[in-house]
Each structure stands twice: as C-alpha cells, then as structure tokens.
Design a protein around this ligand. Structure first.
Ligand code: NAD
Length: 415
C-alpha cells in the first residue's frame, strides 16, 4: 500500500505488512498505524575524547507503538546503525512483546559508533551523553531500554545512574539487562536460550518427536548458542555440531558440550581437538534440529533446499531470509520464527522490570518457571494462529501480534 509523501513510516515494516496481505486484512489506517513509529528521536552527542578533542556522535531512539504498554527495546552500538534499521528493530520488538502477550510495546535505540575504537572512559562518556539526551522521552512507565549488539550490563548501569541523576530519585526500572548486583534479574544471562529450549520442547511435541537423543547442530557459540548447547545437552539432546566465526566442531555421536565449554573459557573453538566442520556445512548436516544462533541471512535461496533438519529454531534474529523461508516451508521444515524462538530474552527483561517496580526479587527457579509458562502459552497461541498449520509459524506469530496490537489500538480509540 502506498505511503503518503509526508509519512515517516518504516519502509521495511511496510514491505513486511504488504507481504501479510491475504493472511490478514488491514485497512489503510491500520496499515499506516502499524508501519509508522509514534516517535523518532535523533540526537547529536558531543563527547570529549581522551586526547582532549571533541567528537560528535549521532544516536537514535525510535518508539514504534505503545498501545499495549510502555515501549521496550535495546540500544545498539555499531558503525552501521542507521535510522531505517532502528525503526525496523523497534517494530520487531513490538511484535515480539505482543506474541508473548507482555504489556509492552516496541522501541529501539542506537548510536553510530565502533565501540572497539573507543577507550572505556570514552565509551562511558558517550553512553551517559546518549541517555541524558533521550531522558525526556524514556522512563520507568514510558520507555524501557535494554542491551543489544555491543552493549552490556555495565553500559546499562552507567545509563541507569545518569538517568537517576537527571531525575533526582531512584528509578531502577528505567532500563533492563543490568547486572544482578545493580537490580538485574537472576536467569537473564541465559534467558534467550532457555526460552528457545522451552519452545523447542513444545515444537517437538507438535512434530511428534522426542528431545532425548535428537541430533542438534548449533551455529554460533556466543551468549545464545553456547547456552542453548549447554541446556539442550543437559536435557538429553545429542548436540553433534557447534560453530563460531572460526569454524566448527562435529561428532555424529554427540559432542562433549560441558567439556567444550570448559575449554572454551581458555581457548578458541578452533583450538579445541575434534573433527572440523565449516559454517556452511553445519547448516546442511543430517540432523533433526538446526539452531542458527549467530547472524542474519544464513539460510537463503542458495542453501535452503539442502537443509536436512526437520526443525529450525531461530535463536538469531533473521537467520532465514524471505526466499529461504519459502523454500523451507515448501519442504515441510518446521521453522520456529525468531520473534517467538528468541523471545525469552525480552520476557526475562520484563520480569526484571516487574521486580524493579515491586522492589521484590525472585529466585532463579521462579524466573524460569514464569518464563516457561509465558513462552509455552505464546507457542500455543502462535500454533493456533496458523489455522491448523495452513500458515507458517512465522505468519502465525505475526497474525497473532498484529491482532493484539490493533485490538489495543481500538480499545484506546486510536483506530
Ligand atoms: P554473541 O556476540 O554473544 O555471539 C555471536 C556468535 O556468533 C559468536 O560465537 C560468533 O563467533 C558467532 N559468529 C559470528 N560470525 C559467524 C559466522 N559467520 N558463522 C558462524 N558463527 C559466527 O551474540 P549473541 O548474543 O549470542 O546473539 C546471537 C544472535 O542471537 C544475534 O542474531 C542476536 O540478535 C540474537 N539474539 C540474542 C539475544 C541474547 O539475549 N543474547 C536475544 C535475542 C536475539
């Protein structure tokens, strides 16, 4: 649907909603409301560098939609950050929160910077400058940022501190992903993988398969991939391959995951003994379950037809591109889409926020129990929305979230 010239809609969201035509009927107003962020803030950030010079950085905060609750979404530091990307990620966050039925909307932020080129003191000054600049539009009940690519608990702690100085009183719930010693939640570190594991367990029931002994290949051995390997191994799955940017390890009889993790703390994955597999080969191994947990666009028209897994669990964001997705769907591969598969992270971020607002902190077991309840319910909702698997799980997830957001908009009288 064409956008008016004066629109500052997100092109990617508009294209995406266009693709959903035929699956869900949207009026012009609904389409424009869903694809146009409520607020876009661009800020210039003068930062004093260690050598005494001043550099001006550029940052963004995009607030996509808060019909269901305060905006929620991470802050990314990367040299390739751009406004269209931040808008797209903000929309995806809104859909992800709606799939989980969390009372939150979508937001995202970013700074154009290569953080590796900055000293720690420069990074702290930049982070504080950014949060001071966006302080008027964020808040515990307004917009709650979190970490994303190249930001972590330490950065979140600086930002919380800067915000509280600006506000003049404590506000621990203004940001999530904080270290446990600074108001963070237990279980947050591995929550994405834990949520993915719960969803996978449900998907296996749908596909009439068992986790015990099922073979798994995992691409990416960072936060998402390593914890997924650890959890699935401990639940009895046979993790046969893991990889990172240096390549991978493969054993068709199952890898010793605890042994690999212990060694990985001291050395690189390519320094650990074992049979090698490349990242390309890993995606095409004869396994039951494939877990892309590294980068976007890994399964495309170029290799999708050679994927042999019966289930693909998208722990990474966007690891299967649109053409790859069509091929997998046509082959009958059961793809668990990113907005459901990796939503455990935002789910426990929400729990962190609740704990901050209440001032009462939960045990790790309580966090995981609530995560399981929330994500299993979301899985069932998505499966129902596929209308007896007529639609893919990805389409089901979007149908469910779009309906929920529009329902909230109607209740508010904005539609
Ligand atoms: P990370 O930086 O901790 O790990 C990334 C891993 O991918 C590393 O092991 C890296 O070596 C590997 N990698 C890089 N290039 C590769 C290549 N060409 N082939 C194979 N492996 C390669 O990042 P992460 O937090 O684990 O995030 C991974 C993905 O999961 C991203 O798409 C991210 O957006 C998504 N995700 C993560 C979380 C989270 O809580 N960590 C939440 C939601 C989504």
């Amino acid at each position: 649907m064409a956008q008016d010239n004066y629109s500052f809609a997100c092109d990617t969201a508009a294209k995406f909603l266009g693709k959903m035509e035929g699956k869900i009927a949207l009026s012009k107003a609904e389409f424009e409301l869903l694809s146009t962020p409520q607020r876009v803030l661009a800020v210039s950030l003068p930062v004093k560098m260690d050598d005494g010079t001043v550099r001006i950085f550029l940052g963004y905060r995009v607030q996509a939609n808060d019909a269901r609750g305060p905006f929620k979404g991470g802050i990314r530091y990367h040299q390739s950050v751009n406004l269209e990307e931040v808008k797209t990620l903000a929309f995806l966050m809104g859909f992800k929160c709606a799939v989980l039925d969390l009372p939150l909307g979508g937001g995202k932020g970013g700074i154009i910077v290569d953080p590796k080129a900055l000293s720690k003191a420069e990074l702290e000054r930049l982070s504080r400058a950014y949060f001071r600049s966006i302080a008027p539009v964020v808040g515990e009940r307004i917009d709650i940022p979190a970490p994303d690519v190249n930001t972590n608990g330490e950065v979140m702690s600086w930002m919380r501190d800067e915000y509280e100085k600006w506000l003049g009183k404590p506000a621990p719930g203004v940001i999530t992903g904080k270290p446990v010693s600074n108001g963070g939640s237990l279980g947050r570190e591995y929550s994405t993988s834990m949520g993915g594991a719960f969803v996978l367990r449900e998907a296996l029931k749908t596909a009439d398969m068992k986790l015990e002994g099922a073979s798994v290949a995992i691409q990416g051995f960072g936060n998402a991939g390593m914890h997924a390997a650890r959890i699935l191994h401990s639940w009895g799955a046979k993790v046969v391959a893991v990889s990172n940017s240096q390549g991978g390890l493969y054993d068709e009889n199952g890898l010793d995951i605890p042994g690999i993790i212990a060694q990985y703390e001291q050395k690189r994955l390519d320094g650990i003994e074992g049979k090698r597999v490349s990242n390309e080969e890993l995606l095409e191994l004869p396994v039951d379950i494939l877990v892309p947990a590294a980068l976007e666009n890994q399964i495309t028209a170029g290799n999708a037809s050679r994927v042999k897994a019966k289930i693909v669990l998208e722990l990474a964001n966007g690891p299967v591109d649109a053409e790859g997705d069509d091929i997998l769907h046509a082959k009958g591969v059961f793809v668990i889409p990113d907005i459901l598969a990796n939503s455990g992270g935002v789910c426990v971020s929400y729990f962190e926020w609740l704990q901050n607002l209440d001032g009462e902190y939960w045990t790790e077991a309580e966090v995981n129990k609530r995560l399981e309840e929330t994500i299993v319910k979301a899985y069932t909702g998505v499966l129902d929305a596929t209308n007896g698997r007529k639609h893919s799980m990805r389409q089901g997830a979007y149908i469910l979230s779009i309906k929920r957001i529009l329902e909230a908009e109607r209740r508010r009288g904005r539609l």
